[in-house]
Design a protein around this ligand. Sequence first.
Ligand SMILES: Nc1nc2c(c(=O)[nH]1)N[C@H]1C(S)=C(S)[C@@H](COP(=O)(O)O)O[C@H]1N2
Ligand SMILES: [Mo]
Length: 410
Amino acid sequence: MPPRWLNPAPDRREALTLLGLGGASLIGGGLATGAAAQQVDLGFAGGTRQLSGDWPQKGSMIVLRERAPLLETPMSAMDGEVFTPNDRFFVRWHYQDIPTAVDPSTFRLRIGGAVQRRVALTLADLARLPRVEIAAVNQCSGNSRALFSPRVPGAQWGDGAIGNALWSGVRLRDVLDLAGVARGAANVRVSGLDRPPPGAPWFAKSLALDHARDGEVMIALAMNGAPLPMLNGYPIRLIVPGWYSTYWVKALDRIEVLMGEDDNYWMAKAYKIPATPDAGVQPGAKDFPTVPINRMTPRAFFTNVDRATKVVANDPFYVRGLAMGGASAVARVDLSMDAGKTWHAAHLGPDQGKYGFRLWEATIGGLRPGGFRLWARCTNADGQAQSMDAIWNPGGYMRSQIASVAVTAA
Ligand SMILES: Nc1nc2c(c(=O)[nH]1)N[C@H]1C(S)=C(S)[C@@H](COP(=O)(O)O)O[C@H]1N2
Ligand SMILES: [Mo]
């Protein structure tokens, strides 16, 4: 019997972090090793989680739930590179009945509803369309939900329900053109190979026709140059750059063009946010107007430090992380050590596309012995910046408060 907890050797990136490369003053970096690697403490109440390397095509992942799987990416797995490795990319399914094998030779993507001709496309048919490639962050609407105060129900994600990949595939517009959208059509509904339990609504999401046809929304056939992992939607999934991943339907096998609005549960009831400018309401508020969740907002994360990191006093302190602009590019990342009174620009890594992650880094001169807190704020090309204030809504959606980390220099 193989051990229940595989304990994969640290990958190269983690090994570099352990050696302190690019962070000579870092000791440990909060990375668990040996027996302790089976658990991770995400730093909030109830945040002690199991790590498991047992999931197919996945390395070590934080397990929130086994059925249907909710697997979170440890922040250390995203350190130092903008593209999240496929085998560490987070996983979220709503229903237990998920595809575990797909035969690529018999798979069909069916397009129906308000179209001129219904079509059933093979993967080879799709591969004949013009190829497009885009770097884009896939972030769960509820990423960082566990940090909501007061707490809200739902998957208690830390910050790791997020990842960035280079998606390669075809435009949804080109696929729709093969079927010919009927005049007057309004929405495009997509669903996949997962099945609801008896009586529950199919997981399906819709985009307005103009959005679906904008040339950016695409169907990915590959992720970071490889087939999609089964758990991330093999063989194909929808990519909606700049929008929350609830729309990024996995194992996509059905497109339905609608003449009217989509009144199915997953559009009309679930994933609704307050219709306020920042999607926040007073804790406990009820009966406020809502809209379907849509564009993402800027965020910056620390990836090489956490509260377990010990900094060597008086040594240069190298800190880095990742930032996303949301619906537009990352314009800047600024760091503060005084709760936002003063800010210092971080250095940005290469731009790999406006919807992707951007690496940021800074070296802070020697810290005197003691405790410090660091804040990182992203501003996007639309001038939208993260706020020091946290929003609240009952769904626990769109957390984007400025991230901070406490470090101790000794
Ligand atoms: N078919 C299908 N697609 C889906 C879902 C699902 O339950 N079924 N969940 C959505 C949600 S809410 C998220 S956060 C993302 C997660 O994508 P990932 O598992 O590849 O990280 O898939 C989206 N696409
Ligand atoms: Mo999600």
